[in-house]
Design a protein around this ligand. Structure first.
Ligand code: ADP
Ligand code: MG
Length: 924
């Protein structure tokens, strides 16, 4: 340990011994900081450690003795992390087993303290440091006990508030004198928390549960492993199922409030993870803020105004907050109550992103909390939990702390030691404790990594099991001769690409195998997935089975039905009248006829939308379900379709390339085929991002294309969260384009609120070339195939995701004609955004999908909720490193013990089951 650290320790011990009177250094502890820093740097003390010490001691003189104690505890914990050998050195007292703190043992400046021998490590040198190389002066004397005349002026009233008052905190495990010699280090070691945590126990005492007296209290560094099975181990998990009212600070009213957050049992609370953290050791002053950074600042409200805006429909709160170094403008929208709570003069903690407005830094809608003194002085990372009415942040923190302290260490760790070691993760009890009340940013990160690993491991174990379950199923084999395939290929109007032939071969093998196909067909827009699906449908029909093709929109369903009616009669000898269509809008009498024909087997193929899934639809022998653009469907819908047959074969198709991370997770149980080759003669689609003033250029370009006989799409985004307003905007745009921009051309309109027969008419007219331009909302996003269309112009392009833009773009470039995609964002700024320029730079749907996933997260990317499992709270579906690690471990576990039946896997097996019943349905 560098001498400079040793020296620091001596001062700090002395300070603790003196009852935190800030007299261990003449002039106050903060006076030594400058020379100390310099020396520490010379001795190569890590900068992070120096910063911790300096930032925490800077305002030491202003703190109450209680806060001082806590600050020193924090520094001690940090130094122990940095210099592990410190632990041994300072552990003169017996290892801390229980918080051996009694009121009389606690240093209380006004009270005379028992005379005693000084700590053998700390004491001998304190008065020799008088003329240390730090150039510091210390009071000369031999007794560390403070005398009355040295007490700070305010000490008479500053009775430490952290004296635990309940029995739990004062076990007579250790003699008082032992306690007294233990300095701040040992107490920190024993896990004695900051005041605001300890006062959880002041008024919210815990009912003692059997065995808890022996439970270690939140040791910071050495949480015991989960207990081995036995009576003691049983009490842990069982106790977690107890209602929250078990905690005596929580009455029926509070329990009811907490239940609104879904918190009913102690276990719920233990797993109620912080929404975010405020790192009060990283506070910034206003004059040091940078545009764009996420920060927490503390300041005083100077002024605050509530102003109606937008003609009174919204309210803007406009405040100025200053902290002595500068002032910051802060705004909130439509939260008028803030103006009542944040009156001028109040101190407030703000967390959020630093914005810019008219060249000045601002914060808009930051998280805020009235400042509590404790927050400022905790000097630690403070958890911030989601709240509900009747629950204050402080109260909830205390309650969580009480539960964490009491129960975290007793949570059994589901991971066998071998897995934990090979994955390099910390034990679960420690992770739970640190995720709530982290000792440092590092340990928080390790805690989060552990929890994320668990989630991903459970996910992977479930995926592997599901895959195994499915491969264990059997179904009728549906083989065809080579001659059948030859005939199919020769009857098509074009030659299949190599990729199409390969995939068709995959499908043929799957169908003949006697095990249900469970395959994802992935192919960029325009790669020709439909004809491959048609081949599979043909194979099934040749064996007397029925097929259903499910499409997300009626436009697409009709188009597919048309394609199949063109292809199947000649290529697969399925008569047109045996190919049916079932949409939500199909008249009842017709629906009834289709249902009857499916039930008696006279229909061999049915194409439809979700209407197909409605209960009355029964198949005679459903052998194949094809789901097109599968990401638009929910998990439940796929399960419904599956349930309509006896282990039917399943083929899901997507044009949205699935990044590797998702292929290993959400789709991990599927076999994958890829169409990675475009039909010949396709031209790359030239993509341009235009600035808003260039709109008329785009219109002239469209005009020129129409002149050459081509057609164009113009897409308008969802403008409001309402289809009605959305439709109205499209209606207006169509009128404007027709009347003002293209008066000599025919401009059609398509939007989601049109009647199905109206939509059909419009699509037919566009397909037949009777319309030159089709104005549309996002209903043409998927699948629509109009080869003569060569321009895709997208208004408000910035509002779409990349995968979606790529889908739109795929509506053109479907013929030998050169095609174009014109992107018009709402603002000039957006025109140069990374997202849109990526569209210009690459036509690679895979690359765009990865980018999209990174930028928007899996929820939006997938469009619908896909998972059959509990929500991932820590793991990210984009974290390929984590996914691969978890997969590796899952595979090892699975190979060794597929059913997780071994005794040492019981906890794990239960955890996986919980994880998978947290969601519902299946992955497919
Ligand atoms: P997607 O994969 O986007 O669903 P489609 O199945 O709609 O693509 O096919 C796009 C277009 O390409 C259709 O007009 C289809 O007839 C045509 N097509 C498919 N395969 C070939 C091929 N091998 N050669 C030429 N054109 C093809
Ligand atoms: Mg398609």
């Amino acid at each position: 340990m560098p001498p400079v650290i040793e020296k620091l320790l001596k001062f700090l011990r002395l300070e603790a011994d003196r009852g935190y009177d800030n007299r261990s250094v003449l002039g106050g502890l903060d006076q030594m900081l400058d020379p100390w820093q310099e020396e520490a740097r010379q001795q190569d003390v890590p900068e992070a450690v120096i910063q911790v010490v300096v930032s925490r001691l800077r305002d030491y003189p202003q703190l109450t003795p209680a806060s001082r104690k806590e600050v020193l505890g924090g520094i001690g914990a940090r130094l122990r992390n940095a210099y592990p050998d410190l632990v041994g050195e300072t552990q003169a007292a017996p290892p801390a087993r229980a918080p051996a703190v009694t009121p009389q043992a606690e240093p209380q400046p006004p009270a005379p303290r028992p005379a005693r021998d000084p700590d053998p490590v700390a004491a001998p040198t304190w008065n020799r440091t008088e003329s240390s190389s730090l150039g510091l002066q210390v009071p000369v004397g031999t007794s560390p006990a403070p005398s009355a005349d040295r007490l700070p002026a305010d000490s008479q009233v500053a009775v430490p508030s952290d004296v635990p008052s309940d029995a739990e905190n004062a076990p007579a495990a250790e003699p008082a004198s032992d306690v007294a010699v233990r300095g701040v280090w040992e107490r920190a070691e024993a896990g004695e928390d900051a005041d605001w945590m300890e006062d959880a126990l002041e008024d919210d005492e815990l009912e003692d549960t059997p065995g808890s007296a022996d439970a270690p209290r939140r040791p910071a560094a050495s949480i015991p492993q989960a207990q081995p099975a036995g009576p003691a181990a049983q009490s842990g998990p069982a106790a977690l199922a107890a209602p929250l009212t078990t905690i005596s600070g929580i009455g029926p009213k509070s329990a009811e409030n907490l239940s609104r957050l879904g918190l009913v049992t102690l276990g719920d609370l233990l797993w109620y993870l912080p929404r975010r953290y405020d790192d009060y050791s990283q506070l910034k002053t206003i004059n040091r803020l940078w545009y764009g950074e996420e920060v927490t600042i503390i300041g005083t409200v100077q002024e605050i105004h509530l102003r109606p805006i937008r003609g009174g429909t919204m309210k803007l709160i406009d405040a100025v907050v200053s902290d002595g170094s500068g002032a910051l403008r802060v705004t909130w929208f439509n939260q008028p109550w803030i103006a009542q709570q944040l009156t001028p003069g109040r101190a407030v903690v703000l967390s959020g992103r630093v914005d810019q407005y008219l060249g000045k830094l601002t914060m808009s809608s930051p998280e805020w909390e009235p400042l509590e003194r404790q927050q400022l002085h905790t000097n630690r990372i403070v958890p911030v939990y989601g709240l509900t009415a009747g629950i204050t942040p402080k109260w909830l923190r205390r309650v969580v702390n009480a539960v964490v302290e009491r129960y975290a260490s007793r949570v059994p760790d589901p991971l066998p030691l071998s897995v934990r070691q090979s994955a390099g993760v910390i034990p679960l009890p420690q992770a739970l404790q640190q995720v709530h009340f982290p000792d440092s940013a590092d340990s928080l990160q390790r805690a989060q990594a552990r929890l994320a690993f668990d989630e991903m491991l459970y996910l992977q174990l479930g995926v592997l099991r599901q895959k195994q379950d499915w491969t264990a199923l059997t179904t009728d084999p549906l083989p065809v001769e080579d001659g059948w395939v030859e005939h199919f290929r020769s009857a098509l109007p074009y030659a299949l690409t190599g990729a199409q032939q390969r995939v068709l071969h995959d499908l043929r093998q799957d169908l003949a195998s006697g095990r249900p196909m469970n395959r994802l067909l992935q192919g960029d827009v325009g790669s020709g997935k439909t004809v491959v699906a048609a081949g599979a449908i043909g194979i099934v029909a040749a064996n007397g089975g029925q097929s259903a093709l499910l499409a997300p929109t009626s436009i697409l369903a009709e188009q597919h039905c048309q394609t199949l009616r063109d292809l199947l009669p000649t290529a697969c000898s399925i008569p047109v009248e045996r190919i049916g269509l079932l949409l939500g809008s199909t008249p009842d009498s017709e629906k009834e006829a289709v249902r009857r024909a499916l039930a008696d087997g006279s229909l061999q193929v049915v194409v439809g939308t979700h209407a197909l899934l409605e209960d009355p639809v029964v198949f005679q022998r459903l052998a194949l379900a094809v789901i097109d653009e599968q990401h638009r469907f929910g998990v439940d819908q796929r399960a419904d379709l599956r349930a309509k047959g006896n282990n039917p074969n399943l083929l899901v198709m997507t044009a949205t390339p699935i990044p590797r991370s998702l292929a290993l997770t959400l789709y991990g149980d599927l076999d994958v085929s890829v169409l990675d080759e475009m039909p010949p003669g396709r031209q790359p689609i030239e993509t341009r991002v235009l600035r808003p003033p260039e709109r008329s250029r785009a219109h002239r370009f469209i005009e020129a294309q129409i002149e050459q006989g081509r057609q164009a799409f113009v897409i308008f985004p969802l403008i409001e969260e309402s289809e009605k307003i959305d439709a109205k905007a499209a209606v207006e745009e169509q009128r404007r384009l027709q009347d003002e921009v293209f008066p000599t051309r025919k401009v059609g309109l398509l939007h989601g609120r049109m009647r199905p027969d109206e939509k059909d008419k419009v699509m037919e007219a566009f397909r037949a070339g009777a319309l030159h331009i089709l104005v549309s909302t996002s209903v043409v996003e998927v699948g629509v195939d109009i080869p003569n269309a060569t321009v895709m112009m997208i208004e408000g392009a910035n509002r779409f995701g990349l995968a979606q833009l790529h889908q739109f773009r795929g509506r053109v470039g479907r013929s030998q004609y050169a095609s174009y995609c014109l992107l018009l964002p709402d603002t000039e700024d957006e025109a140069s955004s990374e997202r849109l320029t990526a569209m210009e730079a690459t036509g690679d749907g895979f690359r765009l999908a990865e980018l999209d996933l990174e930028q928007r997260g899996p929820g939006d990317f997938l469009g619908t909720r896909q998972s059959g499992f509990a929500e991932l709270r820590m793991a990210r579906l984009t974290d390929i490193h984590l996914i691969e690690k978890a997969r590796r471990e899952a595979q090892r576990l699975f190979e060794a013990d597929p059913g997780l039946a071994a005794p040492e896997h019981q906890e794990l097996s239960a955890a996986v089951a919980r994880f998978w019943t947290g969601g519902k349905g299946e992955i497919s």
